[in-house]
Design a protein around this ligand. Structure first.
Ligand SMILES: [Fe+2]
Ligand SMILES: [Fe+2]
Length: 183
């Protein structure tokens, strides 16, 4: 679905920072899907394939995306905080901002999930709920538009630079465990 010929291959648990970037692509993909479906749902009932796409996108944000947040908050940021270097000190304020973005995004995603679930159950999107859903998704798109580049351009390059190979390896192992994968 996301991998196409000619695209960079996906990272694995031995490249944990690359995996975080792959997750960003999925977040962006499923968010675009929700925006598209919410637009359609305000005009008409969804077709069968669209209902399936809605279910998949909601499930992604309910089950997989929180693991990405945990990868950053429990596996990446604490390892960075343990490193005493001016380069890392400089990004701490940005890490605080990212964590508050995560809390805000969690709340918005739960509201999206509640509306999406009612929509699927009822078979049609209530107009007021449709407007609220569009506003929530607009807000989330705005949040990720700054959040993802901040991580990819300012935090991850520093992490790749300052985290030792064993630190990155143990980070990858934690990420694997979080997904029930044995490495
Ligand atoms: Fe993040
Ligand atoms: Fe992220």
């Amino acid at each position: 679905m996301l991998t196409q010929i000619g695209q960079k291959r996906e990272s694995n648990f031995s490249e944990p920072i690359g995996m975080l970037e792959d997750c960003h692509k999925r977040i962006q993909y499923f968010l675009r899907t929700l925006v598209r479906l919410a637009e359609a749902g305000q005009q008409r009932d969804l077709k069968e394939d669209e209902r399936a796409a809605l279910q998949t996108a909601l499930r992604y944000f309910r089950e997989a995306a929180p693991k990405h947040t945990a990868d950053e908050e429990e596996s990446l940021f604490p390892r960075l905080r343990r490193i005493d270097s001016p380069q890392v000190q400089e990004i701490f304020a940005k890490v605080d901002r990212l964590q508050s973005d995560h809390r805000h995004a969690d709340e918005q995603h739960s509201a999206v999930d509640a509306i999406g679930s009612r929509w699927l159950a009822a078979g049609h999107l209530d107009p007021q709920e449709g407007a609220r859903l569009a506003a929530l998704l607009g807000d989330l798109s705005e949040l990720y538009r700054e959040h993802i580049p901040l991580e990819e351009k300012e935090i991850f390059p520093v992490a790749k630079n300052v985290l030792s190979a064993p630190a990155q390896e143990s980070m990858g192992q934690e990420m694997a465990q979080r997904r029930g994968v044995v490495t």
